[in-house]
Design a protein around this ligand. Structure first.
Ligand code: ZN
Length: 342
């Protein structure tokens, strides 16, 4: 029997300090060559073990083999020049020097499929794999070739579909696309963002998810959140179309966020990964706090469709903090599970 309220993480988890500099985004690797390759596999095993010790039901790679959730995928593509950098405003929020699209983009070989096969051999548990979504990819690049955000997004959607199909064949149960950009560019999301995402998922028989959050707990994001007022209603603009889309699961930020929980009603019928762990601070939620967030969500999400999760990736957190937060997530889910089962 499938467990009620299966827990999972949004994706990234901290890496061991011997592999990469801790508590840093785009953290540089501390190993080289074959030693790095072995080190990444060891980190995959450790990360899996930490998720299992925290009683996480749907496990993942903890993004141990990637430096960054968007950049690492793009590094494996042709058509993007990482030496040619231009400054762009990411998420309409902060400047970053990003690589340039200089020609037709393509995926000469698979990116994460070998990692997925390796992890699949280690566990029978459901496996979720995160990929960047097309809109978030184009928002992290300067485009000197297609000169159209939409055109480039469609190209990336085709490439992501190739990778997703291979991940599915490797035994991945849920393929998740990370689209923090969906919280910013509402018109584009409705015009072509969701459509390109559906293209990326075309032909998949495994479950599909989209993760839409307010970003990692970095300063640019926490400063932005301060400008959003008392009620964060960003989700309201995109939920109607998401509800009608073919995407199975919507992953959202709900813990300590000012998102009015009743917005979830607009997704009724979809599975929802409810973020019940804040990744932007180091204080550990109590199981009762987690349970409270889940109980609120249950007013708007059917119990068999609710999956307790983290707000976002935990890569920048100290390892011990992330570990303890995951345990709080499981303990909180357990409280509510017992209430539901009576
Ligand atoms: Zn996120």
């Amino acid at each position: 029997m499938k467990r009620l309220l299966p827990t999972s993480t949004a994706g990234s988890l901290p890496k061991p300090a011997w592999l990469a500099q801790p508590e840093t985004l785009w953290s540089p690797w501390r190993l080289r060559g074959d030693v790095l390759k072995d080190g990444k596999q060891d980190a995959l095993l450790l990360s899996l073990m930490e998720q299992q010790q925290a009683d996480i039901d749907i496990v993942g790679d903890g993004e141990q083999t990637r430096q960054h959730f968007v950049t690492t995928f793009i590094e494996h593509l042709d058509g993007v020049d990482f030496d040619r950098r231009e400054t762009v405003k990411i998420r309409d929020r902060y400047d970053a020097k990003v690589p340039t699209v200089v020609g037709a983009v393509s995926r000469p070989r698979s990116v994460f499929v070998e990692d997925a096969r390796f992890l699949r051999q280690q566990t029978e548990q459901p496996l979720k794999w995160a990929l960047p979504g097309p809109m978030t990819m184009i928002d992290t690049l300067y485009d000197a070739h297609y000169k159209s955000r939409e055109k480039l997004a469609w190209e990336f959607a085709g490439i992501l579909n190739q990778e997703a199909r291979e991940l599915q064949a490797a035994g991945v149960d849920i393929i998740q696309f990370d689209e923090p950009a969906f919280n910013v560019f509402f018109d584009e999301v409705n015009d072509w963002g969701i459509a390109t995402l559906e293209r990326a998922m075309e032909g998949l028989t495994c479950e599909t998810a989209v993760h839409i959050c307010y970003g990692y707990g970095i300063k640019a994001n926490t400063d932005w959140k301060k400008t959003l007022g008392n009620e964060w209603r960003q989700y309201e603009y995109i939920f109607p179309k998401l509800q009608r889309s073919s995407i199975d699961i919507i992953s959202l930020e709900c813990q300590n966020s000012r998102v009015p929980m009743e917005l979830l009603e607009m997704l009724r019928g979809k599975k929802v990964m409810v973020g019940a762990i804040d990744v932007a601070n180091h204080s550990i939620e109590t199981p009762e706090e987690v349970a409270n967030t889940l109980r609120k969500a249950l007013q708007f999400v059917d119990a068999d469709k609710l999956c307790p999760c983290t707000n976002c990736g935990m890569a920048p957190l100290p390892r011990q903090v992330a570990r303890t937060k995951l345990k709080a997530l499981s303990a909180g889910a357990d409280i509510v599970r017992r209430e539901l089962l009576g």
